[in-house]
Design a protein around this ligand. Structure first.
Ligand SMILES: [Zn+2]
Length: 117
């Protein structure tokens, strides 16, 4: 079943390419813009998006949660972080509760129990 599906995808992609190559430059540019929009949307729907505006420097797995050392953007327009000088790094903890990802600020240092692990 599965290989047939892959082959089907390749076939349709070949068909798409054939159709695309017949387009005008103007249409290609529109298609290009649309594709980028499509890709951006797909990327933004990834669960990793929880870390947007953050740069993860280090990650530690604990029993039911994950600790991440992150530099963060506070979101204030006039703050230096808006120009790329992020705050931190600070540790945050992430865990899943009822199917949702939750996070909590830990601080500049990890709890002793986590550092040992
Ligand atoms: Zn800031």
């Amino acid at each position: 079943m599965f290989p047939a599906t892959v082959e089907g995808d390749e076939m349709s992609l070949r068909e798409i390419k054939k159709s695309v190559s017949a387009l005008s430059t103007r249409q290609l540019l529109k298609l290009d813009a649309w594709l980028h929009e499509l890709i951006d949307t797909a990327e933004s729907e990834k669960p990793d998006r929880v870390t947007s505006g953050r740069r993860v420097l280090e990650e530690r797995k604990a029993v039911n949660k994950t600790y991440r050392l992150e530099e963060v953007r506070c979101g204030k327009k006039n703050c230096h972080c808006a120009e790329g000088k992020l705050h931190g790094p600070y540790w945050y903890t992430y865990w899943t509760e009822g199917g949702r990802t939750k996070s909590q600020y830990v601080g500049k240092k990890l709890p002793r129990s986590v550092r040992k692990a």
